[in-house]
Design a protein around this ligand. Structure first.
Ligand code: ADP
Length: 461
């Protein structure tokens, strides 16, 4: 369901955005770790350079006295930025005290006898520091030179970098998704055109084709494949139409011949009762078969031919009056009353095709009479409902059950087996529906089983 709702371009955009975001996060994380690594290396190098210089100072000339060396150490320690520098004995006690108070109060990690160099990461007063310990000699005494440098500057930089990465992600994502959506919409717009064209093609306009974009890609192939399929369908439908026309032509002849032979036989006075009854049945059955054949042809033609029937202004009042007077003749034989009420007959003009409108009305009236028991009523009216002409055919007949109602406009649908008592093909209402569609009219039905049915035709145009 979800897949049906979101378009391919939207899905592509979401994928595009997700991949980009993932890539951006990976790239950001790699950059962040790279930056952290180089900042740490840089900080360690600074410490190493500092200790190198101190070592050089202390070891440069063996003729220097201890107090001269202490003086050098004192000057050097005062000159370095934070003064965090000490010289310990390998036993851990201070060898020389540094001149700065910061070094005095600094929680120096314990020193041990070292091979050469050792970096220690510690937290002092809530701040991270790197401490470098290096073994050296002052004269002949083994000592450990120690220096520390804060890492907070690095951390601020790393935080800023991380925040910039996080803040830029939604903006970048938005720009990338908007770009992705635009590109995919552009790339897929031929699909919309193909869909619209394919949707508008039906059996009546099978000669139309979907547009082909000459882009030498899958979409061009899709459009060409659709067109090749339409071509094959058109040929097949043309053959079917030809077959239907031929079949009707071939069937009509034998059917009317059968009927004529039966009617001629019935006129013969010498014919016995039994044969007379059989010939009457043959005449009746072939008349019904001819009617059915004509209805089938009518619908087959409606399916296959383009809707090019010329519509002209038709006065509905005269069509309804004409149909009712024909219906009265039929109804009289069955003791059924047909009433007609027309309001404002001169204003009931619609654009239509008179023979089709007559046919549609006749189907409704014929059904109303067929399915109404003797001495029932058929009430026909033509009214104006808010500027819409509405024809209503209501009867006091057997009615239609709720389960049958949705199907009665289907081809060959007849309500229930008891209908076999009433002659019919199940095609009448399908034809009426087709004619209503042709006139952009709406055909509705309401019915109560055992009470009657009411068909309304609303001409909205
Ligand atoms: P049919 O040739 O059987 O009358 P239609 O297509 O005209 O075919 O009607 C389809 C079915 O709808 C009928 O078989 C009948 O069961 C039902 N029907 C149509 N009109 C009426 C009506 N006025 N009263 C009761 N049933 C009806």
């Amino acid at each position: 369901m979800f897949h049906r709702l979101i378009s391919i371009s939207l899905r592509l955009t979401l994928w595009f955005g997700a991949v980009l975001l993932f890539g951006w996060l990976l790239f950001g994380a790699a950059m962040w770790f790279g930056l952290k690594h180089s900042l740490t290396a840089e900080r360690r190098q600074t410490l190493e350079r500092r200790i190198d210089r101190l070592e050089e100072l202390l070891e440069r000339d063996t003729s220097f006295s201890d107090s001269e060396r202490y003086g050098d150490f004192h000057n050097f320690a005062s000159a370095t930025g934070n003064g965090l520098m000490e010289i310990f004995r390998t036993s851990g006690s201070l060898y020389w005290r540094a001149p700065s108070a910061a070094a005095d109060s600094f929680p120096w990690p314990p020193v041990t006898d070292l091979n050469r160099t050792k970096f220690i990461h510690i937290i002092a007063k809530g701040q991270p520091y790197w401490v470098l310990q290096r073994s050296a000699h002052i004269g002949s005494s083994p000592v450990v030179l120690v220096a520390a440098a804060p890492e907070s500057g690095n951390i601020v930089l790393l935080h800023r970098f991380r925040n910039a990465l996080i803040a830029s992600a939604p903006v970048l994502l938005l720009i990338a998704m908007a770009g992705g959506y635009w590109i995919s919409r552009r790339a897929l717009s031929p699909v919309d055109r193909i869909t619209a064209a394919a949707r508008s093609i039906g059996i009546r306009n099978l000669s139309e084709r979907v547009p082909v974009a000459h882009s030498s890609d899958e979409l061009q192939r899709l459009a060409e494949t659709c067109n090749a399929m339409l071509e094959r369908l058109e040929v097949a439908v043309r053959k079917l139409k030809q077959f239907t026309a031929d079949a009707s032509h071939e069937l009509r002849g034998p059917l009317s011949l059968t009927r004529t032979i039966a009617e001629v036989a019935l006129r013969r006075p010498t014919i016995d009762q039994e044969s007379r009854a059989s010939f009457r049945e043959i005449a009746y059955a072939s008349a019904n078969a001819t009617k059915l054949l004509e209805e089938m042809l009518e619908l087959a033609r409606a399916d296959a031919e383009p809707l090019d029937i010329a519509l002209e202004p038709v006065n509905l009042a005269s069509v309804v009056e004409e149909a009712c007077s024909m219906a009265r003749k039929l109804a009289q034989q069955r003791g059924i009353t047909v009433s007609l009420a027309i309001s404002a007959p001169d204003t009931m003009t619609v654009l239509g095709h008179t023979p089709s409108l007559r046919r549609m009305l006749w189907i409704l009236l014929d059904n109303a009479i067929k399915y109404t028991p003797e001495s029932g009523r058929v009430d026909v009216s033509l009214q104006d409902s808010d500027g819409v002409p509405v024809i209503k055919v209501a009867d006091t007949g057997i009615g239609i059950s709720e389960s049958d109602l949705p199907h009665i406009f289907d081809r060959f649908y007849r309500a229930d087996p008891s209908r076999s008592e009433v002659e019919g093909s199940g095609l009448g209402l399908a034809i009426a529906k087709w004619i209503a569609d042709l006139h952009h009219a709406q055909i509705d039905v309401s019915s109560d089983k055992g009470i009657g049915s009411s068909f309304t035709l609303s001409f909205h145009t």
